[in-house]
Design a protein around this ligand. Structure first.
Ligand SMILES: [Zn+2]
Length: 220
């Protein structure tokens, strides 16, 4: 078990090193979004973020006819969500038959594609599912972004929420997504590299009173 974890850590480090620029771009974009939308508490609500940017958020159930009219109904069985830019507006469609936690991550992943400039005019995204080692760099980047807006590292650190069940509970994400995040948190905790960037310092300030409230209620 120990050597498997060590191998995983090496794999994560190699991925980060190879895609360092992409990683920094996703990380900074996530911090900027949390600042831009004045997010101050967990769980982060991806629907209000969509509202803030005026992105239309539509479930598969509600958007079935619109999706068929766009000729994209073939995507629905293959992906948990997708996004399209059309008529100067972004539309995010998501599978509302999935668990609430999965839906939240799906929407955050599509927000990542938009904020990271992955979608041009009349283009749409194709893949949105639980993270896997075989994802291409754009999917990995959207997942990095999603994890960083739903489970910001500096907030998890201050809350001492570091295990998959704790992260899943406090951030309302699936255990699978929380396990990925917990593995990243383990690396960050070892290196103790928090609050070195002014963007992260601002995010931490925004969450200060929420963190205090949670820590006090935990002690009672
Ligand atoms: Zn995607």
């Amino acid at each position: 078990m120990k050597s498997r974890r060590r191998l995983y850590k090496i794999a994560v480090e190699v991925i980060l090193l190879r895609n360092y620029e992409k990683y920094v771009q996703a990380r900074d974009a996530a911090w900027k979004l949390l600042i831009d939308c004045s997010v101050t508490a967990l769980p982060v609500d991806p629907a209000s973020i969509c509202k803030h940017y005026n992105y239309r958020l539509i479930s598969y159930r509600r958007g079935r006819d619109a999706i068929a009219a766009l000729g994209l109904d073939g995507l629905m069985p293959r992906t948990d969500g997708f996004c399209i830019y059309s008529g100067n507006k972004y539309y995010i469609f998501f599978d509302d038959s999935m668990s609430r936690q999965r839906q939240r991550f799906t929407i955050a992943h599509e927000l990542g594609h938009i904020q990271l400039g992955h979608i041009g005019d009349n283009q749409h995204t194709r893949i949105n599912r639980e993270p896997s080692a075989h994802d291409d760099p754009i999917e990995i980047q959207a997942n990095w972004f999603a994890a960083r807006i739903l489970a910001p590292a500096c907030v998890l650190h201050s809350l001492h929420a570091l295990t998959p069940p704790e992260i899943s509970h406090v951030c309302e994400i699936s255990i699978a997504a929380a396990t990925f995040r917990a593995q990243c948190m383990e690396l960050l905790e070892q290196q103790h590299v928090y609050l070195q960037n002014p963007l992260e310092q601002q995010v931490a300030r925004q969450f200060e009173s929420y963190v205090r409230r949670i820590l006090v209620s935990g002690r009672e």
